[in-house]
Design a protein around this ligand. Sequence first.
Ligand SMILES: NC(=O)c1ccc[n+]([C@@H]2O[C@H](COP(=O)([O-])OP(=O)(O)OC[C@H]3O[C@@H](n4cnc5c(N)ncnc54)[C@H](O)[C@@H]3O)[C@@H](O)[C@H]2O)c1
Length: 320
Amino acid sequence: MFYKLKNIFHHNRVVSHANKNPSILITGGLGFIFSHVTEYFVKKGWRVIVIDNLSEGSNPDIVDGSFVHYNVHMADPKVVNIMVRENPEYIIHAAAITDVDYSIREPYRTFKKNMLGTAHAFEACRNLSGLKKFMYIGTDEVYGECDHPMKEDEIILPRSPYSCSKAFGSLMRTAYENTYPEIKDKIVETRMCNVFGPRQDTRKILPQIKKSIEKGYSIPLHNEGAGYREYIYVKNIPPSIDLILREGTGVYNVTLGDGFTVKDLIARAEIITGKKVVTHPGNRPGMDLKYQIDSSRLRDLGWKPEYSFDEALKEYLEKS
Ligand SMILES: NC(=O)c1ccc[n+]([C@@H]2O[C@H](COP(=O)([O-])OP(=O)(O)OC[C@H]3O[C@@H](n4cnc5c(N)ncnc54)[C@H](O)[C@@H]3O)[C@@H](O)[C@H]2O)c1
């Protein structure tokens, strides 16, 4: 039976380890994607610990006492002690500033927060006696602009402050795997394409399209809507993470291969809803025109995503 832990906000509280179910610590576990992952593992009866400083993109309303929450900044060195003291069997490091436009305005702050936070997460993993798997959440953006679907072993070439701060974790993974043999087979990394669905930050493209359809809001269109990205529904993510934590090794791209330009995406949304999306010209300096990844490695592991892009887009635009 799942041992229900009392919700805590203070890092110095002693936490019971009486639970026999697996334990997982998720940084950024209140954010858009990983709030779904937090709830998924709580539902499975795991002991879940979340480190999240309630910054941009967080959903504090999901804190309900079914998991432990530490309101701490990952760039604060004390997170290493917290993680080591909690001694979870699994760690997912997802906490990050994820707003590309912010990273362009504030590159130094983005590097400081994302890279220091990632360094602390890796340091903790090196010092955990009961660790089974540590998952670093990378992104397809680390590959830089693509002219074909990128495989996991291809060179990464990040071209924005955000993707550079994320690629730091991808490089830390190779450095730690190579240097510390005791954790070599315990580190995995995922590189997801663009995720969409309930709880997504309203500054991202699909929430903006939804807002435009529902409220007539005008969307800034970067590069005249030519930016090509792949999209996946958030409800497909928790089972993929679960599978990789149990059976994965190395790096996994996560995509169904559903790629569109923003212009195409808008046209699809207009067909589904019968409503018009309003846009105006926008600008993102140095924007990569195309990200495209190959997920055959994850499919070979047995991944069978539940939601297709078309049904997910319909559900997202009409029901959520
Ligand atoms: N959204 C996507 O399409 C996408 C695609 C590929 C990879 N990713 C990666 O997945 C992860 C989650 O993305 P998301 O879109 O759900 O993010 P989000 O912005 O919705 O949530 C991020 C969460 O992390 C927390 N956080 C941020 N910085 C923190 C810090 N220094 N200390 C503690 N908590 C902190 C925030 O409070 C928030 O709850 C990120 O690592 C991101 O790079 C996202």
